[in-house]
Design a protein around this ligand. Structure first.
Ligand SMILES: C[S@@+](CC[C@H](N)C(=O)[O-])C[C@H]1O[C@@H](n2cnc3c(N)ncnc32)[C@H](O)[C@@H]1O
Length: 311
């Protein structure tokens, strides 16, 4: 399927280098390894990974979005396969089978730019926001019946929005008066009326849209599940590289790596051997000034890299 929307890949070389090289030196056997791109998108990282693989290497990709999967189907390479699944299914891969795992979190530019997907507060479209349009509830359907408390909590937790209470009340009042909100334009306007302060360069609907997107796609839960599964699917010495775009995601990734990168003592058994470290933290990389200038969506990106310790 041909789409007109394109995605400028963030931290392209940095993320792929993190999987294949330590400094300037390739990891031994890196080109023959089995890699996972958990967020195919439009395949920017995936194509670079494939270009670095020897004939015996493999790349398995995941994406929830049927349009991303259709794009992946255009890659005809026997070393490549795509799964139309959330990356929470990562744990279904054989234990110890993965040499390198990449996660480039969040939404792709085609998802945001196409008003029909319902992610955009700038361009009016149906209030959907599902990455996987083949299943689950749209934001409009959820808001039609959700309790006031739940709407407030979602906006507060996932949007870190001060005006969560008034926004949620306005959504419920509006639904009682005129029926559920069905378009992004209606939601953006309603939110703007409730947000009493303005952040420079930021649309007043940004936080609420982020919150609903995270909630409707269960983004943080799936991230937690995939990170936990990475410990079983990565082989000893295998690499984990995660790019996040906001502080809620980055906090989860940072804490996960920190938690598994230290020896743990059992307080109830102080003389027992400590639980061994499962990961070694290899650092944090941010996009260069040149990349941010060329692609403003790279502005908030943070890449964290870790290595699975041998069992
Ligand atoms: C930032 S884009 C990835 C872009 C890609 N690295 C590229 O260079 O084209 C994120 C992609 O991950 C997908 N995605 C987000 N959460 C997902 C999840 N839990 N499971 C599978 N795919 C997910 C989205 O549908 C989107 O296509």
């Amino acid at each position: 399927m041909e789409t007109t929307w394109s995605h400028a890949t963030v931290l392209l070389n940095e993320a792929v280098d993190a999987l294949f090289k330590q400094g300037e030196e390739p990891y031994p056997g890196a080109a023959e390894g089995s890699y996972v791109d958990a967020t195919f998108g439009r395949g920017g990282h995936a194509r670079l990974i494939l270009s670095r693989l020897a004939p015996g290497g493999r790349l398995t990709a995941f994406d929830k979005d049927p349009l991303a999967v259709a794009e992946a189907a255009r890659i005809s390479d026997p070393r490549f396969s795509i799964r139309h699944q959330g990356f929470a299914h990562l744990g279904e891969l054989p234990a110890g089978s993965v040499t390198g795992l990449l996660m480039d979190l969040g939404v792709s530019s085609p998802q945001i730019d196409d008003p029909a997907r319902g992610f955009s507060f700038r361009n009016n479209g149906p209030l959907d926001m599902r990455m996987d349009t083949t299943r689950g509830e749209s934001v409009s359907e959820w808001l039609a019946t959700a309790e006031l408390n739940q709407i407030t909590e979602v906006i507060r937790e996932y949007g870190e929005e001060r005006f969560a209470g008034p926004i949620a009340k306005a959504i419920v009042a509006r639904r009682q008066e005129r029926g559920p909100i069905s378009t992004t334009g209606e939601l953006a306007q309603l939110v703007a009326e409730q947000v009493k302060t303005r952040e420079p360069g930021k649309d007043p609907a940004t936080r609420t849209f982020q919150a609903f997107r995270i909630f409707i796609n269960a983004e943080l839960e799936e991230l937690q599940q995939a990170l936990a599964a990475s410990l079983s699917v990565l082989q000893g010495g295998g690499r984990l590289a995660v790019i996040s775009f906001h502080s809620l995601e980055d906090r989860i990734v940072k804490q996960f790596i920190a938690r598994h990168a230290r020896e743990e003592y059992d307080r109830r058994a102080p003389f027992a051997a400590p639980k061994v470290m499962q990961l070694r933290a290899l650092g944090r990389i941010k996009p260069s000034d040149e990349e941010v200038q060329a692609n403003p969506r790279a502005r908030s990106a943070i890449l964290r890299v870790a290595q699975r310790m041998a069992a």
